[in-house]
Write a protein that binds this ligand. Structure first.
Ligand code: GSH
Length: 219
């Protein structure tokens, strides 16, 4: 049985964005059943876990005695075996990998620069000075990505792990209205979120935090 590590608790803004969700969605697209390995903070620090994930983060994938970390690498590992995530031909595989890496290295940093200000430093003076530049760069990146998606359903000629990764990255902006400023991009995210596997995976992910959300609402 496949197992993925998940965090027992995350702050409300992170629910729906924890990087474990990418793997969960990929597993669900591939129709693979899996179990959760729920980590409390002390489990993240345990030597046994750190031996596999040196940074103590989620996700880790366990599969028949094999263990690996890094969400993009895990998604690609699964994609190698499941055509729903990646075409079988060499060029299709290369382009899928290209988009998985582009999501993480060309788009995620521009988003992180803004979300870090939003979530961690909303009132700092230096953050107020940093914000205009960070937002301008993000808008440029989103515009470029939106240009790619004009007239297209997916980044390539079919859904791949590249779309899965790109959409999870873009969803980190769902507390703001950046994506909706680009209709092709907004439609793309909505198209991905309408996939049955996305809905199922998100429901399973959010169920982890349902108790915490209830307690927070009652407090
Ligand atoms: N590059 C890693 C990043 C993983 C990551 O940032 N995980 C976060 C949750 S989204 C985490 O485990 N944070 C807890 C911690 O760092 O202690 C990946 O994509 O797998």
């Amino acid at each position: 049985m496949i197992r993925i590590s998940v965090l027992k608790w995350v702050p409300p803004f992170a629910r729906g964005s924890v990087k474990e969700f990418r793997v969960r969605w990929a597993l669900t697209e591939a129709g693979l059943p899996y179990e959760e390995r729920v980590l409390a903070p002390e489990d993240q620090d345990a030597a046994r876990y750190r031996a596999v994930q040196p940074f103590g983060q989620v996700p880790v994938l366990e599969e028949d005695g094999f263990e690996m970390f890094e969400s993009g690498a895990i998604v690609l590992h699964l994609a190698e075996k499941h055509e729903v995530l990646m075409p079988r031909d060499e060029q299709g595989r290369a382009r899928t990998m290209q988009w998985v890496l582009a999501a993480q290295t060309s788009v995620q940093p521009a988003i992180d620069a803004v979300t870090a200000l939003d979530f961690f430093y909303p009132d700092e003076e230096w953050a107020k000075m940093r914000r205009p530049g960070a937002e301008e760069f993000l808008m440029r990146r989103l515009g470029q990505l939106s240009g790619r998606l004009e007239g297209r359903e997916w980044l390539e000629d079919r859904f791949t792990a590249g779309d899965l990764m790109m959409v999870t990255v873009l969803r980190d902006l769902r507390h703001r209205d950046f994506v909706s400023k680009f209709p092709p991009l907004e439609a793309y995210v909505k198209r991905a979120e309408a996939r049955p596997a996305f809905k199922k995976a998100l429901g399973d992910h959010m169920a982890l935090y349902a108790e915490a959300a209830k307690a927070e609402a009652a407090a």
